[in-house]
Design a protein around this ligand. Structure first.
Ligand code: ADP
Ligand code: MG
Length: 462
């Protein structure tokens, strides 16, 4: 009971901040908005004072010297009474203390602080702690953990393969996160294989220094290549990869590879590379069984601070069998709908919210960025050129932001790739768009509705 009151207060502060942010947009330069303003945390709203926490003294100084008036104007408009902005420097744990001191345990406080920081969802924090272990992934999990604990020892390379949305990227990031905690100065490099290829090709075509390229990979204790199946068929790049692989291996650096298929099924991979891949440990991740899917939903629901009865959880878990990203998507939709309409989550509600959800087998497929862009352009009735173009007109900006958000949510593409496909925009623009739409989905019913309809349309098309 007590905790509910606290959470309600938190939700009020969060909402006031979301509204304020929405009003500021356009009044400050985009780079300022995405770097400084969106890094502020709403701490408390008491009488006329809205206290915001800046991540450091630098951010606090810049904002107080330049943007304090814009902020208080926007907050006044959003809240509907005169508001002064009070800036402090906050660490994430201090953030919720003002309103959450009364919260019962430490755990609730941490969940509450997570709810206040929607921007933390980007990029998502992938750790071993929030990875649910079941029969389908336990070997991959244990092998990954062992690499993080003692890199360069056994199982080198570690090759993890499995279908889309089964947690490969999650495990790779978890290795990085954990190894960095264990050994503070350790050097680790995570790379999407497509980025490795692009950078290598750029090095050749733009005649950049090859040694600089090599150094980025060689000087690391662990190198994680995500989606290594992309190496297929790129001859010169395979040669370079082979050399780097050997240098790493000789110096007892650990190489971890993820792939959507086993080494034997990656087409046009040279035999020498395939045999290197098979020279370590190859482990697959299979689709999770019902029990694991339920455990995942349970953990995510708890992190979101929502209670969902078992029959409703089972219903959600039965909708998607072979893609955890889709499973999370369904849960997010249920939670968002409950928050927006103030409904209680039970079986009937979940059935209703998910009634348009396409049944499998389509779930396991990932849409391409092109498909998302085309469908979003159709939905808003605008031309594709405008969607990826430079115009800052409101409807176009909105459609563009929704499209970027959907690319981020529904594909494996990196922020850099998404930015590239939206008229060579910077990845910080993509982050900004995703944060904005995330806020709006939580606070505006029409936008929640638009994104839901678009997600369904995209899912149906693949
Ligand atoms: P892949 O790289 O295999 O396509 P990801 O690692 O991107 O898949 O996982 C997709 C989503 O599912 C991520 O949000 C991830 O956190 C989540 N996920 C996957 N497996 C698990 C798991 N075992 N426990 C918790 N979350 C998981
Ligand atoms: Mg992945």
């Amino acid at each position: 009971m007590k905790q509910n009151v606290v959470l309600e207060e938190l939700a009020g502060v969060e909402r006031a901040w979301a509204e304020t942010l929405a009003r500021i947009d356009g009044q400050v330069p985009e780079h300022m908005f995405s770097s400084m303003i969106s890094a502020l945390k709403p701490l408390s709203l008491e009488e006329g004072n809205f206290t915001l926490g800046a991540p450091n003294a630098f951010a606090k100084d810049i904002i107080s010297s330049k943007y304090i008036d814009v902020l208080s104007g926007a907050a006044t408009g959003a809240i509907g009474r005169p508001i002064s902005i009070v800036l402090t420097i906050s660490s994430p744990s201090e953030m919720v203390e003002s309103v959450a001191e009364r919260a019962t345990g430490r755990e609730e406080m941490q969940s509450a602080s997570r709810r206040l920081m929607p921007e933390e969802a980007l990029p998502k924090k992938y750790t071993f702690d929030n990875f649910v272990v079941g029969d389908s992934n336990k070997f991959a999990y244990h092998a990954a953990l062992m690499v993080a604990e003692i890199p360069g020892d056994k199982y080198n390379p570690l090759f993890i393969y499995g279908g889309t949305g089964l947690g490969k990227t999650h495990l790779l990031y978890a290795i990085k996160d954990y190894a960095e905690k264990m050994t503070p100065n350790i050097k680790i490099r995570y790379v999407q294989t497509s980025t490795f290829i692009d950078e290598f090709i750029a090095t050749i075509t733009l005649k950049r220094d090859k040694a600089t390229f090599d150094q980025k990979y060689i000087n690391n204790k662990i190198v994680l290549f995500d989606d290594i199946q992309a190496l297929s068929g790129t001859d010169a790049t395979q040669g370079k990869f082979f050399d780097i692989f050997n240098l790493l291996h000789q110096s007892s650096s650990h190489i971890v590879l993820s792939s959507d298929r086993p080494p034997s099924e990656i087409p046009q991979l040279t035999d020498r590379i395939r045999s290197r891949f098979e020279g370590g440990l190859t482990i697959d991740i299979t689709p999770p069984d019902l029990e694991t899917r339920l455990a995942i939903l349970y953990v995510k629901a708890r992190a979101e601070n929502v209670q969902i009865p078992d029959d409703a959880l089972i219903y959600i878990a039965s909708k998607v069998k072979d893609n955890i990203r889709s499973l999370e998507g369904l849960l997010n939709r249920v939670v968002a709908s409950a928050r927006l309409y103030g409904t209680k989550i039970d079986l009937e509600m979940v059935q209703d919210v998910l009634k348009d959800q396409v049944a499998e087998p389509h779930q396991s497929r990932t849409p391409s960025i092109d498909v998302i862009q085309t469908l979003v352009a159709n939905y808003y009735n605008i031309a594709m050129d405008d969607l990826v173009g430079k115009s800052r007109s409101r409807p176009l900006v909105h459609a563009r932001q929704v499209a970027m958000y959907l690319c981020r949510e529904m594909t494996d593409a990196t922020l850099i790739t998404i930015g590239g496909q939206f008229g060579s925009r910077d990845h910080t623009t993509v982050i900004h768009s995703c944060k904005k739409i995330e806020f709006n989905i939580k606070t505006k019913r029409d936008i929640f509705q638009e994104v839901t309809e678009l997600t369904n349309t995209i899912n149906k098309s693949i």
